[in-house]
Design a protein around this ligand. Sequence first.
Ligand SMILES: Cc1ncc(C[n+]2csc(CCOP(=O)(O)OP(=O)(O)O)c2C)c(N)n1
Ligand code: SF4
Ligand SMILES: [Mg+2]
Length: 300
Amino acid sequence: MVNVKQLAKKEGLITGGTFACTGCQAIYGLRLVGMALGKNTVIINASGCMTLTATHPFTCYKTPWLFNAIENAASTATGVTKGFEAQGKKVNVVCYAGDGSTSEIGFGAVSGAAYRNDNIIYICYNNGNYANTGHQFSAETPEYARTLTSPIGKKNKYGNLLPRKNLAKLMALSGAVYSATASTSYPHDFIAKLQKASRIKGFKFIDLLTPCEPGWLVKTNEMFKVGKMMVDCGMWPIYEIENKKVTVNIKPAMTPIKDVLKMQGRFKHLNGSMVKFIQKKIKKEWEIINSGKFWESEDY
Ligand SMILES: Cc1ncc(C[n+]2csc(CCOP(=O)(O)OP(=O)(O)O)c2C)c(N)n1
Ligand code: SF4
Ligand SMILES: [Mg+2]
């Protein structure tokens, strides 16, 4: 368990003032990465919103930062980690890539690194959309959310009709020695997972929920709260998988999902019966998880 007093003394390894939106949870996630892992860390980034936080000649990071095309952050990380291994150096090689990059455009590279069990901590900061290019649908957009490319209209009243890819499970099955989900709204859990990952050799994966103000259409002052409520209502399960053994780290209070959906403009079109339908679905998934059949459940 992370010690709060010790944590408060840790440096975030990130300066104040970045080009990220106010309240952006993806940049807050990077602050937590710095607090958890310290200066002996190299960050490999894939094209996305976080890229704009370090554009030559400016950077807000006190750690090395390598920008990559959206497809290949994991491949670059493999090269970097192999280079350190050849020199006998132990450095935290961290990939910080968005959900569009991880689940779709760069999926081959991520899956290859997991398959080879390369010594990387791969974090997918998951805001459920291609934020940097205007909030298009990604394979991580939740079902029934509206995005720029899954708009609400006469032909489609429900937005995105596809369930999201379950990345933490996929990575565990692809060979990750450690695969977990986390939320920036539960920082202690995320930090503990990062510190655990840094002690394990091989490919480690964390699917990190990072609310996005213009993508989710949430009030700036509710960004932290919305991430917490997504966990508390059961929509974002928090768990870890080590060698196929699953541990649920936060048991959700199963608060009504209507409260968290109401906070997000991307779900504004959903009527009462749709909300009930989704609520039933989440309840059912948790019944499956709680009965010990984790691998048969779907994340929402
Ligand atoms: C091959 C390729 N396709 C599309 C783009 C354009 N592009 C740049 S950033 C971005 C969004 C990435 O989304 P995600 O990985 O979810 O990160 P986020 O923007 O949400 O931070 C896209 C589509 C690109 N750079 N390269
Ligand atoms: S668009 Fe979303 S992910 Fe991008 S900087 Fe703003 S809040 Fe962060
Ligand atoms: Mg994204």
